[in-house]
Design a protein around this ligand. Structure first.
Ligand code: NI
Length: 174
């Protein structure tokens, strides 16, 4: 947090770049970095590439033990649109670019996700719950937004205090 690239709007991937080696390399780097850091997702600006690409995946994540499994999703040029009347999900979020801090972020429970795959195929689906929250968190990165911009300020907590006071309550709902 504070690194200017995290506040820039990432450029879209151009038609000629789909299926390219450079795009695939970027995606491999994102996935490797996400795995190495136990992230639930990662966006290209977080590895100093201001390009509209992000990845997400949850497989029994030690940083987010209460999260359900979310299969690997690779999104190029993603756009999310809230589904009206779907209510809110309010998760304590963290971010590899905001280390050591969690905060509760209200987000639409269900969103329409449109994106392209790395080879250029269209993705158009409804996502909800934890998956929708992670998608929105990662897509925010591509617009220069961080979770602390939306977090309820009085819920901001250091990781140690999060583990002591909040995690025991969240564990019940998994
Ligand atoms: Ni993040």
């Amino acid at each position: 947090m504070g690194e200017p690239i995290l506040r820039q709007v990432a450029r879209s991937v151009g038609d000629a770049e789909f299926g390219s080696t450079s795009l695939q390399t970027l995606i491999s780097d994102l996935i490797d970095t996400m795995h190495a850091a136990d992230g639930a997702g990662l966006s290209a600006p977080q590895i100093f590439e201001s390009v509209a690409v992000c990845v997400l995946e949850v497989e029994r994540n030690p940083r987010y033990p209460a999260f359900p499994r979310v299969p690997l999703l690779v999104l190029v040029n993603p756009v999310v649109e809230p589904i009206d009347g779907s209510g809110l999900i309010q998760l304590y979020e963290g971010c590899l670019s905001v280390p050591g801090i969690r905060g509760r972020v209200p987000r639409p429970y269900r969103v329409r996700l449109r994106a392209r795959t790395p080879t250029g195929d269209a993705i158009d689906r409804i996502v909800e719950g934890v998956e929708a929250a992670i998608v929105q968190h990662e897509v925010d990165h591509l617009y220069g937004r961080l979770f602390v911009d939306h977090a309820e300020s009085t819920t901001l907590t250091f990781l140690e205090e999060y583990k002591r006071y909040v995690a025991p309550l969240e564990a019940v709902s998994s």
